[in-house]
Design a protein. Sequence first.
Length: 818
Amino acid sequence: MVITYRKVHKKAVLIFTVSFAAFALMGAAAAESDIENAVLGAKEQHAILLAEVDILTEKARQARRKRNFADASAFYEKASKKLGSLSGKIAAFRQKKLAEEYKKFKYLWGRSVMAKARKAFIRGKYEQALNIVAEVTIIDPSQSKEVLAFMEECKKGKRQAEIRLKADINSFAKNIPEEDAKLELLYRQAQVLFKHKMFEKARGKAEQILLEDPYNKQAMRMLDDIYNELYKFAMERRKADVRDMLAYNTWVWNDPVLPTQAGRIISGSAKVKTSENIQLYDRLENIIFLKIDFESADIYSVIRYLSNRSAVNDPEKIGVSIIPGFPKKVADSLPKVTMSFTNIPLSEILRYLCQNVGLKSKVTADAVIIGTNVDEMQTRDFIVRADLISDVIGSDVGSGDGDKEAEKITSGGGDFFDTEGAFEDTAEKSEVSLDVTQAALKKYFEDRGIKFGEGATIAYEPRTGKLIVKNTLTNLRKMDSILRQLELIKKPMVMVETKIVEVTSTDIEELGFDWSFSVPYIANSQNADHPGWWINEFTNAAGEQENLQKNPVRHYESITDPNASGYGGSYKMVNNLKIFPNFGKALFGEGTRVDLTLSVNAIAQNQRSETLFAPKVITVSGSSATIRMVREEYYPESWEDPEVNVNNQTVEIQAPVPEFGDATDIGILLTVKPVVDPDMYTINLHLAPQIVSFVKFTDYPVNIQTGQVLGDGTIVNGVSQTFNISMPEIARRDLDVHITVYDGETIVLGGMVDNQNIFRDDKWPVIGDIPFIGRFFSSQLAYTEQKNLLIFVTTRLINNDGIPVRRNRRHGVPEFYR
């Protein structure tokens, strides 16, 4: 049994040993595999880190190219940090290369920041330059020396700027720029006023400049010019006054009939009583606010703002006082103001303000009062014709032979309307006719847009010819406008002003080279030594030889086309310059002179002339008027036939004799016929202007030949005689149109344009085509003539006193006043 156990034990040990050995072998193999895996993982990790470094480096380069230096620096830092975590030769090599690249990058970054600092330095922003350049020492310490030198320059520039600022005149005289701007504005205003011949106002502006700056040379020169102009006009005015007095004295003493008082004459125009409140209302309309914007604003604040800003927007810089006529307690109970306007007059702003809040306004002599119980009514009287009132109410007011109603109204020496009680709230109307008259007047003007509210009245006083109206200021101004139009006479007069302007413009440009070859010419020469050189020879009527072209070198010459010699004169810069003088001896023998000469024609001319005719005429609507600005000239209309009288052997020829008719008008003839439409604004005009001018005389030759006629028809002893018959050339330009034009407006009827363009370019064949040289063998001319005839027509309705009906149409030109 022992043996058995021992064998078993041995076998077990053997099995264990073999198992352990096998296990050991298996463990060694597994350990070797783990090592290999670890080595492979480390290599992969190393490669990944290097790839990440490459990516970061590329991002840094891209950011550097985009000049995002801060981002590029961050990428370089990350790449350097990742390389620092690696070991080995490759990592060390890459770390070295990256450090060199990063160093160059910092240098470039520092230079970029330095460039920004220098730009700030150039602009004079020294403090900003110091702040910028301080970053360079942090970015690249190697540039510290340059940075310190630049910082010293910035500090020096900063000190110099502070010194200049202290020495600047604006630092201790801050108002000088504003004062200079104010004086410049005054001087420009004076220039504009002087240009428009408003010398009194221009003098005021110049004197205002001298009050601010007594040594202003511009204002002194302006005053000198103003006084010179005033002196000239004063002398002209003095001459006119002297002539006026002489003419007055002459006509008064020569008047055969002494003037008598034919009766009281009522003016034909509506005259408005001028008062200060009217002037203030005009100022309200002239004050323009460029922009108004209120949102939930207090009424007191709005009134205060408008009152303060009115002087700024007033052309006269006076402004308007706006006074609230209610206490603060009432203002708090009123609704808030919300308005927004652009380019609106102050009068309209106040109107909208009162409508929005529920207030009333009244224009007084000194201010505008806004309140809850303000009386808006004002009284004004208008001087009108009695027949106008008669047309309104349908009766002949003030006439002795009117109808019964008119007699009832005007009889008994009473007033047409009781004006003393017309404007009293407790007044009672004593006569029904007065109520009818007032009602008729109210209805007439209400139909034309004038409202008569509570307290508004209207009356007419025949003894003074006044229409007395009590109404708001807006309605009173409407009344004034309507009365001005109604005051037109039943057949209105029309002033027609015609301006006929003829503008002539002539442009001439010429550059030509004329070569002349003088050739000896001897007519009928039989001299063998000097035979003559005939070119284009012909025999004239007298049997003599003539030469059409004695200048064989002149390549072209036209009599009809304009050139230097054929159009109004000679423009020779070089005249007959002898290029080859007297070289004909070898060709033509002794005593023969042949010259080759050159003439240069050159001119650049621009002429402009203007002719103005401004006929003006006043006529009644429907009637024709004619203006003749002419001179009478007599021209032959025909010629008598020439007469031949034969007396034995004597032949007498009587020359043609001209026959004259009526005189011809040379000048301007204008015929107009205006017809005014019922709207008293549109004018239908028949206009027929005619311009007649004399051009020239044209000669027509008449040849008469006399002699003895033989049997075979041959004429012997013939005598030829030529007579010139001259006939005039008359140019007529006329226009016959029917047009419609508004009162006070100007229209252009049309222009008559006559253009004449002549271009000449002649040259020698072949030679003239050679570049540069050929120009010396050519001649060029450009001639342009333009004639423009413009006709401007202005029509205006005129009252009996010669003053236009509509007076407020200026359009930049002086108004017509008698």
